[in-house]
Design a protein around this ligand. Structure first.
Ligand SMILES: [Zn+2]
Length: 306
């Protein structure tokens, strides 16, 4: 049976925290397995709809609008060009949606909109060497299907650090949670989805540079910041991480950000292209849930063209 997603799982209780060990998930009655959401036909179905974001289209649109409104006035922010790259968190929308919205607001309402999104995030559920591109034709969410840029993925096939593999994508939430936001703030666009496992920053950067393009292409890097620290400590760690990101210091480790690998590669590419980094928002789950004992950090960054 496809998508037998139990409602009594670890996320419904409000943690929004991932990764959890498999055993932990089972303890919480989590019955979802990767096999449940293996793509059928040529579409990767949504794996975490109803868990990380509402599964009902109208509720999902309302939630995204709420997040965008909470991030302040949106629509074109007056900048002539859209950000070339953003870094956004990937917890449940209840937790990090408003932080992510700070970045997405900058992509919306543009006359010359982004037509292609290179979306890269870390592998949480699959041990993965290098980077995985899916073999499917489209990714699906409750808001519809997003077609993949097949020419771009074919172009990457020659790189040793990239392989075609649907499995790391099947249950992975770090890319999926970004899609409904993108579907709401952009018109038609194609997608190059990359799950990053073990890879050197230069290997990630090489992939991103190959896909660089112009204003029609935006790179979206998906990552949360620190995990499970007390709020006060998390604030210190996350501020230091944000400073590193703003200084293009591509030496983040996975304790600082689960998406350290994609961020490090993206920072190298961004620095080489002279992008201008900007911190848009920095918060943690404790500021949202009130539980300050054990939090996850969330940051939103934009990198504008020079
Ligand atoms: Zn993560």
């Amino acid at each position: 049976m496809k998508r037998s997603l139990a409602r009594t799982n670890a996320y419904d209780d409000g943690t929004g925290m991932w990764p959890l060990p498999e055993a932990d998930l089972r303890e919480h009655g989590f019955r979802f397995t990767i096999a449940d959401v293996r793509p059928t036909r040529d579409v990767r179905p949504a794996a975490v709809a109803g868990l990380f974001y509402p599964a009902e289209p109208e509720a999902l649109r309302a939630r995204i609008a709420h997040c965008l409104n909470a991030s302040g006035p949106y629509g074109s922010d007056g900048a002539a060009r859209p950000p070339k790259m953003v870094i956004v968190p990937h917890a449940g929308y209840e937790y990090s949606g408003a932080v992510a919205a700070h970045a997405y607001a900058r992509l919306s309402g543009r006359r010359d909109p982004v037509k292609r999104v290179v979306l890269i995030g870390p592998a949480h559920r699959a041990a993965l060497r290098a980077m995985a591109l899916p073999g499917v034709d489209a990714f699906e969410t409750p808001l519809g299907q997003v077609p993949l840029d097949q020419a771009a993925t074919a172009d990457l096939a020659g790189l040793a650090q990239v392989r075609r593999d649907d499995l790391p994508h099947a249950g992975e939430h770090s890319l999926e949670v970004q899609l409904p936001f993108l579907q709401e703030v952009l018109d038609e666009f194609t997608l190059v989805p990359i799950v990053a496992g073990e890879a050197r920053p230069a290997e990630v950067a090489q992939v991103l540079v190959r896909l660089w393009g112009g204003d029609e292409t935006c790179i979206v890097v998906s990552s949360d910041l620190s995990h499970y620290l007390p709020h006060v400590r998390a604030q210190l760690v996350d501020r230091a991480t944000a400073q590193q990101i703003l200084e293009f210091d591509a030496r983040l480790d996975p304790q600082q950000a689960c998406g350290a690998t994609p961020i490090n590669g993206a920072l190298l590419a961004a620095r080489d292209h002279g992008l201008v980094p900007r911190l848009l928002d920095l918060r943690d789950s404790g500021q949202i849930t009130g539980d300050l004992r054990r939090v996850v950090g969330y940051g939103a960054f934009a990198f504008d063209p020079p």
